[in-house]
Design a protein around this ligand. Structure first.
Ligand SMILES: C[S@@+](CC[C@H](N)C(=O)[O-])C[C@H]1O[C@@H](n2cnc3c(N)ncnc32)[C@H](O)[C@@H]1O
Length: 262
């Protein structure tokens, strides 16, 4: 009997976020370290968009709309696209009555918009899940107008917490397998070195204007979950290192790019 074909990464990602749609917004709440990192990532993004004249903004991988309120408050007209239909349903339930907010299911690798339609684009927490990050950048660049800005977030490969976490799971996962346990997660998650991502952006005609790091988690896995207050307290102290000498400790970075032209 033929074995079932493997489930694609896109299907795994869609199912993961469909299942999380109703409680995803709560990941931004409370005093946990990860909530603080999510809030900081959003804050750094909105700081960039604040300097863009009100215009058409696309939020790719918008989730349940965690960035939408901030973008609307800045005077932008906003489009949100997400692979997970349940995320888009959440957006419609929250912003359904807002004439300046538009939502649809879609994927970054094939966006249903005309060339140069958007003045600015945000893409937070998405590139790490993609099979083909070049296809994503080609599409992002296509729908951005010449001279337009985009903010993209990347998990940072060299963050000490990430290297330790990878080591931890390289030991724990085989032990779990030996005990007959299912893998912790089947979803692949990419991490980037700043230099390699800059190279990728340059290849796509996207000029880097700023890089800001966030999420300075120093307490290693699994202690981070047991000592969330210590974890977030240390992270808060380092938040002002977004562009400072200790920035490489950040678990992620926001890249602001401009499309060449105009
Ligand atoms: C970690 S969440 C980030 C949500 C939100 N942007 C934020 O900042 O919290 C990733 C989102 O990207 C969406 N996503 C993943 N792959 C995608 C793709 N290829 N195209 C569009 N959205 C995608 C997921 O469905 C999910 O809602």
């Amino acid at each position: 009997m033929a074995s079932a074909p493997p489930i694609s990464q896109a299907t795994l990602v869609r199912d993961k976020f469909d299942a999380r749609a109703s409680d995803y917004s709560t990941w931004y709440e409370g005093e946990t370290y990860s909530a603080a990192a999510f809030r900081r990532r959003r804050e750094l993004t909105l700081e960039v968009l604040r300097n863009v004249s009100p215009g058409k903004v696309l939020d790719i991988g918008c989730g349940p709309g965690v960035l939408i309120e901030g973008l609307l408050a800045q005077g932008h007209e906003v489009w949100g696209v997400d692979l997970a239909p349940a995320m888009i349903q959440q957006c419609c339930a929250t912003f359904g009555g807002e004439p300046r907010a538009h939502f649809g299911v879609g994927k970054i690798e094939a966006l249903d918009f005309a060339d140069g339609f958007f003045d600015a684009i945000t893409c937070l927490g998405v590139v790490e899940y993609l099979d083909d990050d070049r296809a994503a950048l080609r599409e992002l660049r296509r729908v951005l107008r010449p001279g337009g800005l985009a903010v993209i977030t990347c998990p940072h490969f060299w963050a000490p917490w990430r290297r330790w976490d990878a080591l931890y799971w390289s030991v724990v996962e085989p032990l779990r397998r030996l005990l007959g346990r299912a893998p912790y997660s089947l979803v692949r998650h990419r991490e980037y070195r700043e230099g390699e991502y800059r190279q990728l952006l340059a290849e796509h005609g996207l000029i880097v204007e700023d890089v800001a790091y966030y999420g300075f988690g120093l307490v290693p896995t699994p202690l981070d979950r047991r000592l969330p207050r210590l974890h977030s307290a240390l992270a808060r102290i380092l938040d002002d290192q977004a562009r400072g000498p200790l920035k490489q400790l950040g678990m992620g970075f926001n890249v602001t790019v401009r499309k060449a032209g105009l």
